[in-house]
Ligand binder design. Structure first.
Ligand SMILES: [Zn+2]
Ligand SMILES: [Zn+2]
Length: 777
């Protein structure tokens, strides 16, 4: 018996299966989708069984060493998705399979050295080896020349070990066997008495509750009074929020949408649910999932990482209880593994999670929902590049089930598809509880400046903040930039302090009084004088959240402000703790875009956007759309319940359509305007875009290789395809690596996938990244 195996080696040259012999003892257990250990070159690696067959075209095959799964980790459907993705993808197939599995199941490799005769080694090196003659490679990097010599003389051998990251968690459980054995010790009697009323209990609980020690338990076991078993337990994911099972009576609009979906549950169809903020989309999701579960099927609900808020989770836990698994990046490796196994073992029917939850290994799916469908985080930018939407479409087709895309601000690409009947459009124009949309004021900061206001708050916003503090209502302030000062400039010569490794200015952070590069992580002390002209007149320009927090503390002295950005949310469960703190004792929640989505606080009646135009001029063709989405989303946090909400948008571009349409909550006008511009400039949805990034330490090389690739593309692609570049993007150097960019634009192409794969293979000696429909840098 032969197994075709995809090995866990991420090189373009090995991106195919290899045949291995199946040892006789494995013949009855081997299954497609299992993980195995196999020899590959001089070492052992992990691999996935892709096919089982009787014959191979190759002779001299090696044997599979070990089977790592009893149940296959990858289902047949997931294997098929991997294949599908790899057709249009330029990442190694094995990296696609790995992204489908929790980290706990990925191979971990340890490089070890084995010495034959340690007396032949220099003494200090010999001491590094244990009594079995083994030493971790990492320990001896100072001795590399000597090691090399010893390897040549065959006294040292390099060996590799495959390990698994994480293991199941076990607890010891005690069970009463005989209660009538006479006992002398008081403590022993105590344990038996306890176990009479609770026949089985965790050992650690008994020790803790009764204050007994290990020897007491052991002597009871030795006497045969009780027995000890190892039981596997799941790591519980704790939440500060209680499960919330409020049921809402659907209004007319919701009812209509719900019925359309409910009546078409067993049909493949993509729906775009466009509902204003607060229109009650979540309630519809919950009801539909409930209907799907009644049919004995399963459901996946994707939400953006940052809006996987405790409130959302508590509603799912409230409705479906223990039938829900959660998958997001806030979980530890072990917790994620446990949640994943609940799905694989069919112990739950609902999975709520961020991007990679789209690979939840259900085998009887009934619906897939992608909330906030416009969110960029559904696309994985690192290898393997994939979009959760593409995977969702495949699975919807595979199971013949609905795919529901929901958003208050659908991407214009999706809305275009809905208008062209590729998706079915469902709309909800009113807030669920008939609450009006918040009144929005656009404040022109140029005008404020002329009037002598040098503050970071317009008069209007300051006034309204004071009003809310007075009324004990809550405020949310958005500034999409972290740090204290966003650049540091010399007032004498105008020099801006740049990162030594990147073409980007450094950001000052007050908490460690250091300049940070947000691209490569470089840090340096803030200068006493200008590095260029030695002038002492250094000025800190541009505001970040840290500086606003400081400003609020000085201006509104009694207000309790909670700051949420990448710097304050690095510890485990930070989001949840900060949100809980804000809800229960905060006045102002200040944050970057991580506060814009999914939050629902009844007492928030004012939202302020401090610099609405901050991202408008980024070199990204989606910059305007993203600005509109962000403004609409964050505005939607105000006045969702009884209290009427107000929004203040501060800007230097008060007439920009992204800002005006967000102010009026007018998605349709925004869409029309944006589409005209996209059409003129030749962007999606009118033309498809592919970006090729070439990276190298030498700026010459990136441009030369770019030229060669361009020539190849020109020969192979259709004549009406546009190929732009190669050019150096605005930030051409990151971490001392240069980047050049080529852009391909095309309406339709029969050959594009194949051409891109060829390019990827042909230039495999260079670092090139190929990205479809990217955001341009
Ligand atoms: Zn200077
Ligand atoms: Zn840098």
């Amino acid at each position: 018996m032969i197994a075709s195996i995809l090995v866990d080696v991420k090189a373009k040259q090995v991106d195919k299966t290899f045949d291995y012999l199946v040892p006789h003892k494995f013949e009855n257990v081997i299954e497609i989708g299992q993980r195995v250990k196999v020899p590959f070159g001089p070492r052992l690696v992990m691999g996935y069984i892709i096919n089982i067959k009787q014959k191979s075209d190759f002779d001299r095959l090696r044997y599979i060493k070990e089977i790592l799964d009893i149940e296959p980790s990858l289902t047949k459907e997931l294997l098929q998705i991997g294949n599908e993705l790899s057709i249009s993808n330029t990442s190694p197939l094995v990296s696609i399979y790995q992204v489908m599995l929790p980290r706990a199941l990925k191979g971990k490799y340890k490089k070890l050295l084995q010495v034959k005769e340690s007396s032949l080694l220099p003494l200090d090196l010999a001491l590094k080896f244990n009594k079995n003659g083994i030493c971790d490679y990492k320990e001896i990097t100072d001795y590399l020349p000597e090691i090399k010599k010893q390897i040549k003389q065959e006294n040292i051998e390099v060996i590799y070990q495959v390990e698994q990251y994480n293991k199941e968690r076990f607890l010891k459980k005690l069970t009463l066997l005989h209660s009538d054995v006479p006992l002398r010790g008081e403590k022993q009697k105590l344990v038996v008495e306890y176990l009479k009323s609770n026949p089985s209990e965790y050992k650690r609980n008994i020790m803790h509750l009764l204050g007994v020690s290990h020897p007491t338990i052991k002597s009871l076991i030795d006497k045969g009074v009780i027995k000890e078993d190892k039981v596997e337990i799941y790591r519980e994911v704790e939440s500060m929020y209680e499960a919330n099972n409020k049921r809402v009576i659907l209004n007319q609009e919701q009812e209509k949408v719900y019925h359309t979906l409910k009546n078409n549950l067993n049909q493949k169809e993509t729906y775009l649910l466009h509902g204003v903020t607060g229109s009650g989309k979540t309630e519809i999701y919950l009801n539909i999932i409930e209907d799907v579960l009644k049919q004995g099927k399963e459901a996946i609900m994707l939400v953006p990482e940052i809006s996987l808020t405790p409130m959302m989770v508590s509603r799912f836990k409230g409705r479906f209880g223990d039938d829900v698994a959660l998958l997001h990046s806030g979980l530890s490796v072990g917790e994620k593994y446990d949640e994943w196994r609940k799905i694989r073992r069919k112990e739950v029917s609902v999975c709520v999670g961020a991007r990679s939850a789209i690979f939840a290994p259900f085998e009887n799916l009934g619906v897939i929902i992608i909330d906030e469908e416009h969110t960029e985080s559904y696309k994985q930018e690192d290898n393997p590049k994939y979009h959760a939407l593409d995977v969702a479409k495949f699975r919807s087709e595979y199971y013949n089930i609905p795919l529901i895309l929901g958003s208050a601000t659908p991407s214009v690409d999706s809305y275009y598809k809905a208008l062209n009947h590729e998706y079915t459009l469902l709309e909800m124009k009113l807030r669920a509880n008939k609450q009006t949309m918040p009144a929005t004021y656009v404040e022109d900061m140029r005008y404020e400046f002329k009037g002598g206001n040098r503050s970071i708050f317009s008069k209007k916003l300051e006034e309204l903040i004071l009003d809310r503090l007075e009324k004990k209502e809550q405020i949310m302030l958005l500034l999409n930039r972290r740090g204290h000062s966003t650049f540091v400039m010399c007032r004498s010569c105008g020099e801006v302090i740049m990162c030594p490794n990147c073409d980007i200015s450094l950001t000052y952070h007050e908490y460690d009084q250091t300049l940070h590069c947000h691209y490569c992580g470089h840090k340096e002390h803030n200068p006493d004088m200008c590095p260029s002209c030695s002038s002492p007149h250094i000025r800190y320009m541009g505001i970040g959240t840290e500086r606003v927090e400081e400003y609020i503390k000085n201006t509104f002295k009694d207000a309790k402000v909670i700051r949420m950005d990448r710097d304050t949310t690095t510890y485990k469960n930070a989001h949840e703790k900060l949100l809980y703190e804000f809800e229960h004792e905060g006045d102002i929640l200040l944050g970057t875009q991580m506060i814009a989505k999914g939050l629902d606080f009844p007492k928030v009646s004012l939202v302020g956007v401090l610099a609405a135009d901050m991202n408008l001029n980024l070199p990204d063709y989606k910059a305007i759309e993203k600005t509109f989405q962000l403004l609409t989303q964050v505005s939607g946090r105000a006045g969702r319940h009884e209290i009427v909400g107000e929004v203040v948008i501060q800007t230097y571009n008060p007439d920009h359509y992204a800002i005006l349409n967000a102010k009026d909550h007018d998605y349709h006008t925004f869409y029309e305007t944006e589409m005209k511009i996209r059409k003129l400039a030749g962007y999606t949805p009118f033309l498809n875009i592919v970006q090729i990034i070439i990276t190298d330490k030498e700026v010459r090389n990136v441009l030369n290789i770019g030229q060669k690739i361009k020539l190849d593309l020109r020969h192979q692609l259709e004549d009406d395809t546009l190929i732009l570049g190669p050019v150096l993007p605005k930030i051409a150097r990151i971490n001392n690596i240069y980047r050049a960019q080529l852009i391909i634009k095309y309406k339709e192409s029969k050959v594009i996938d194949k051409v891109l794969k060829d390019i990827y293979q042909k230039y495999s000696d260079y670092a090139i990244a190929i990205d479809k429909n990217p955001s341009l840098l």
